[in-house]
Design a protein around this ligand. Sequence first.
Ligand SMILES: [Zn+2]
Length: 279
Amino acid sequence: MARIFLSLLFLTLPVFAQKKSVFLITDAEGVGGVCRQDQTEPKDTEMRQLLTGEINAAVEGFLAGGADEVVVWDGHDGSQTLSTLTIHPKAKLLMGAVGTSMLMERHWSAVAYVGQHSKANVKGGIMAHSYSSLGIQVMKLNGKPVGEIDMIAAMAGQFGTPVIFLSGDKAAAEELHEIVPQAETAIVKEGLGRYTCISLSAPAARELIKEGARKSMALIGTVKPYQVQGPATLEIEFTTRNTIGPDTELRTGAEVIDSQTVRYKGKDVLEVWQRYRAK
Ligand SMILES: [Zn+2]
């Protein structure tokens, strides 16, 4: 009996002892005060300040809510926007590409987004796109149009990690709530069109983000990971500027549907994403 009790204790101990890590994925198009394409240039000084301010507010909130570690991924355009000189002193900065698993094999306690935009073709989505506004018209996972929000959440879910927080425009917040209704969101701007928005001031956006991030920490352990079960198909419809390459059909799991569309099949979300992203 004592042995059973002891082994039960050891089984449950790691759960209590586990440090709380947050993987914070960042982008530019969903940042408050960013409403024009030229502002999304990685070297744009104002955008860098706005984005860094929002990220640091989120980090502050996560720490206040009990996070032990926050790893910030510079996810916008080739990872050249953020700097360790200006990132929150207690955060760590991940620079570079994260690969096809999006680094979810690290089994973070939670995943969050700052500066997130909605998927392509969403009314009121400011600079809405699915991974590439120049290259991709529509991306569908198991028949459902998706963008970065769904794909990241599904990849996190594949490794048992939940999404707890998003800041971005109103369309992005609604998109996350469709798949994770309990997630905390901070809406920093509302889109009236692709390049027209009503935005909070930077201080107001930061305040809202800090509070939302703090509250979201309480979701760890209660909110379910977003899991897309079973075999997966990923359909990519390209824009007219970016048609299918001559070798596409030869790639594992790929099937060319028409001049603009290719469909990948895999045993799960991870495999289908690996097949699509394989170079
Ligand atoms: Zn993006």
